[in-house]
Design a protein around this ligand. Structure first.
Ligand code: SF4
Length: 332
């Protein structure tokens, strides 16, 4: 295919790594060499930069700062270029990994909806990762394409959620969005991610989230424990000053530094992850963890939920062979 480099494989030690090409806005997903990441090769696409959900624990703020969701410059033109020249439809596209595709601003800009209108009819595979209940607006569109949705829900406690995720919809609104997606036939899962010790790690809290998600139709959960970066650690301590001493002990003294993050001690992580596994198994939900080093506990075929993506539309064969002008013309 002209202008499009196929994914290639190369051996690194005993592991085969698939190398994808990055485009202008669609990037090859890069866990920055973190061997704890068990994600399949895929793309990542962020229509917005920054995130108006302002989660205290956000990891992205350590490299892009803390600012509201802003449309990427020349986004449409750049995505159309990538559609025509870069994206290999064999691999799915995460929307989004370092921002949220359904912040309040999406109501005004509609960039995520426009993105789906470009990608889905052409047979690209999409995995939505969001806290935005606005995703329900696009239920019909998502149901017609190769798309699945994972909704992040860390607690069903409205007060706690408003403290942890002050700009995001309430947990109940997210559950209602999942119910609507499920009604339309969109495959759904949840991210119980992150779990913060002494904040949302009780069995009652985990049960409440999983049972609400299960009732909404979700049959997959991926979970992980909170990993500290200096800026998100500061925000957590400011919001929960009574936990400062315990958090310093858990993360700075007893915890370990792994791939740029401070992790909880391994036995604490294992206790939390097993607790979620027990509750997920009790309900009959598939289970996975994210960057924990406990892949042996997984019961789901993928850790990111990409196995939920159905193939409803075969990719058209002309990606990479049509000129950008033609796509731009189509979308005028
Ligand atoms: S929704 Fe995701 S990207 Fe947005 S602030 Fe929360 S953790 Fe960060």
């Amino acid at each position: 295919m002209m202008g499009m480099k196929k994914a290639s494989s190369m051996a690194t030690g005993s592991r085969r790594v698939t190398v994808l090409r990055s485009g202008k806005v669609v990037n090859a997903f890069d866990p920055w060499g973190n061997p704890l990441c068990t994600c399949p090769p895929k793309y990542s696409l962020n229509p917005y930069t920054g995130c108006s959900h302002f989660c205290l624990y956000c990891y992205a703020t350590s490299y892009i700062g803390r600012r509201p969701s802003t449309p990427k410059k020349r986004y449409k033109e750049r995505l159309l270029y990538d559609i025509a020249h870069v994206i290999n439809p064999a691999f799915h596209i995460d929307i989004s990994t370092s921002s949220d595709p359904y912040p309040p601003e999406e109501k005004e800009y509609g960039l995520t909806r426009w993105t789906l209108e470009q990608l889905l009819p052409r047979g690209f595979k999409v995995l939505i990762i969001t806290k935005g209940a606005l995703v329900e607006r696009d239920a019909e569109l998502l149901a017609g394409g190769n798309a699945a949705v994972t909704m992040t829900i860390t607690t069903m406690d409205t007060w706690l959620a408003s403290k942890l995720e002050p700009g995001a919809p309430t947990p109940r609104q997210r559950i209602r969005a999942l119910e609507k997606l499920n009604t339309y036939g969109v495959p759904i899962g949840i991210r119980l991610d992150p779990i913060l010790p002494l904040i949302n790690d009780s069995r009652e809290s985990v049960k409440e989230v999983l049972e609400a998600a299960y009732s909404a139709g979700a049959r997959f959960v991926v979970t992980s424990t909170y990993k500290a970066k200096p800026d998100n650690f500061r925000r957590i301590i400011e919001a929960f000053p009574e936990l400062e001493k315990k958090y310093r002990e858990l993360y700075k003294i007893k915890g370990e530094r792994l791939y740029g993050y401070r992790y909880l001690p391994v036995e604490v992580r294992k206790r939390i992850l097993l607790l979620v596994r027990e509750e997920a198994t009790r309900l009959g939900m598939e289970y996975a963890t994210c960057r924990e080093g406990f892949a042996q506990l997984h019961t789901a075929p993928s850790c990111d939920g990409s196995h939920l993506i159905p193939i409803r539309i075969k990719p058209t064969s002309n990606h990479g062979s049509q000129s950008l002008d033609k796509y731009l013309e189509l979308d005028r």
